[in-house]
Design a protein around this ligand. Structure first.
Ligand SMILES: Nc1ncnc2c1ncn2[C@@H]1O[C@H](COP(=O)(O)OP(=O)(O)O)[C@@H](O)[C@H]1O
Ligand SMILES: [Mg+2]
Length: 510
């Protein structure tokens, strides 16, 4: 509670300063009053004694007069009285205790009062005596100031103790009040601010204080309420947006399947013909006993082939959440090429695949990645009016995402699909990733393929590059960050879990 300590330091220092100044002034005044009283007393005594002494001196002589002075000296308890002569040599019984140089005023008939002129604890008053027949002299009245000094000392102590007591008391009071009124609520505000900082809006302070701190607390509560409402709205909105996005992607997948359906049907047709032929032969009893098991085995093999094709299609079409895992991109490409093989064959296009990926892996959702590659390959096929070839290649390279600084350079895996088709005019190139941009007939294209692909690739930390020339063909390259298994052990564990759960399309056998 640094604030309380600062307050304590400031207020204690202030208190001490004020009380010390007050103490100093009142002690000075006390001393002055004491001195004035002493001076008046001594002077009054001297003046009272003077006429009696003068009278005795002139009528009965010096000896009697000095006796009167001695008598007064004996009777006055705290005051010493002496007769002094200004011209007495030093050491004589009538020499003044104060140096004669300081008693010049006496010669002019003035009284002289001195406080402890010899560094001793005494107060001197000289009352001048001048009369005919008397040598120039004075009555020296001395009073010990010991009692007064002790009195002033006691005052100093009591002021010092009062000051210390007030400082300690006010310090303690500030500490308690500061902790209670400022420290504790401030600490709560601090904890609340930290909570809000990490996005936890669940706790309300509900301060009972009616001061500024309480107000801040209530404001914070209100802020929490608004923030949590905003967070909920954002969460709901994000969920809705993600759902819409997934619907678009699904629709796009179904559209791709539609484009491939004829090929798939064709691929299923061949084994079906074999199956029905063999089954017919068995049913008609055309085969002898030894040939039946062979035919049954052929039927089983062909049925398995059909099942595999159907499974591939279903895997591709299935509605899926986003489940990333370590994916072998080469396997994904092979799965896509199997799906599109018949369509390519039908169009008389040969598809070649070259893998220079050096077994690089990516952290991806396998079916989403498959969707991206399938889209680009199907676009390539659609761009080839006659026969030709499509080359798919994988390679690993150090790249920098477009628009990023040099520090963003890293290991990327590129999946390039090169076709020798129509190409894309320069002015359309910037539009191909826009949703619903298509140059194809209704039924042929939705315009969603590249837009969906762009979204997916971006979600994976990658990007798509396009190079195209009208009449020569196009090259679409998907760049994805290479997965570094040493970078994150937890990722590996996730990956292992995901792989045992099965990642369709990620392995060549599907
Ligand atoms: N390989 C390609 N060759 C020529 N044009 C292409 C190629 N890939 C994409 N395009 C152009 O980009 C447009 C958008 O592609 P896409 O988003 O996949 O939608 P769709 O294929 O349904 O039209 C296509 O209509 C086409 O004009
Ligand atoms: Mg397309």
């Amino acid at each position: 509670l640094r604030l309380a300590w600062k307050l304590i330091a400031a207020i204690t220092a202030g208190t001490i300063l004020i009380l010390a100044a007050y103490g100093f002034l009142s002690i000075r005044r006390e001393t002055e009053i004491i001195e004035a009283n002493t001076r008046d007393n001594l002077s009054a005594m001297g003046r009272a004694l003077r006429p009696a002494m003068v009278k005795v001196w002139t009528t009965e002589g010096q000896e009697r007069a000095l006796e009167v002075v001695r008598f007064a000296d004996e009777k006055l308890r705290r005051v010493r009285v002496r007769w002094v002569q200004l011209d007495a040599p030093a050491g004589s019984p009538h020499a003044p205790l104060v140096p004669v140089s300081r008693l010049q005023a006496l010669a002019r008939g003035d009284e002289v009062a001195l406080a402890a002129p010899l560094g001793r604890d005494r107060y001197f008053t000289y009352v001048p005596v001048s009369a005919t027949g008397l040598p120039p002299g004075a009555l020296e009245l001395t009073q010990s100031m010991e009692r007064e000094r002790r009195f002033v000392q006691a005052s100093v102590w009591s002021i010092a103790l009062t000051t210390a007591g007030v400082a300690a008391g006010s310090g303690l009071l500030i500490l308690v009040l500061g902790t209670w009124l400022i420290g504790r609520p401030m600490h709560q505000l601090l904890i609340q601010a930290r909570r809000i900082g990490v996005g936890d809006f669940s706790v309300r302070l509900q301060p009972r204080q009616r001061d500024e701190i309480g107000e801040v607390g209530r404001e914070m509560d209100y802020m929490c309420e608004r923030l949590s409402a905003a967070k909920e709205a954002i969460t709901a909105e994000t969920a809705a947006r993600l759902e819409a996005l997934e619907q678009v992607r699904h629709a796009e997948r179904l559209a791709t399947i539609g484009k491939l359906a004829a090929g798939v049907a064709h691929e299923i047709n061949t084994p079906l013909t074999v199956i029905s032929g063999r089954a017919g032969m068995i049913a008609d009893g055309k085969l002898d006993a030894g040939q039946v098991p062979d035919s049954a085995r052929i039927i089983a093999t062909q049925a398995k082939r059909i099942a595999a094709i159907v499974r591939q299609m279903l895997d591709f079409a299935r509605v899926r959440g986003n489940s990333k895992a370590v994916v072998d991109p080469a396997a994904t490409v092979r799965a896509v090429l199997r799906l599109t093989a018949v369509e390519a064959q039908k169009r008389g296009v040969s598809v070649a695949c070259e893998d220079d990926s050096e077994r690089a892996r990516v952290w991806a959702d396998a079916s989403q990645l498959q969707q991206v590659v399938a889209n680009i390959v199907v676009n390539g096929l659609q761009a080839m009016p006659g026969d030709g070839s499509i080359e798919v290649s994988l390679r690993r390279a150090r790249r920098r995402p477009p628009g990023a600084g040099p520090s963003a350079e890293g290991e990327y895996l590129g999946i390039a699909v090169v076709d020798h088709g129509l190409g894309i005019p320069q002015e359309l190139l910037q539009h191909v990733f826009e949703p619903f941009f298509t140059t194809k007939e209704v039924g042929e294209g939705t315009g969603l393929g590249l837009s969906v692909a762009h979204g997916i690739v971006q979600e994976h930390g990658g990007w798509i590059e396009v190079v195209s020339e009208v009449g020569k063909g196009s090259c679409f390259t998907v760049w994805l960050p290479v997965h570094d298994p040493t970078a994150d052990a937890a990722t590996e564990i996730d990956a292992a879990r995901a792989e045992t759960g099965g990642t369709p399309g990620a392995s060549p056998e599907g």
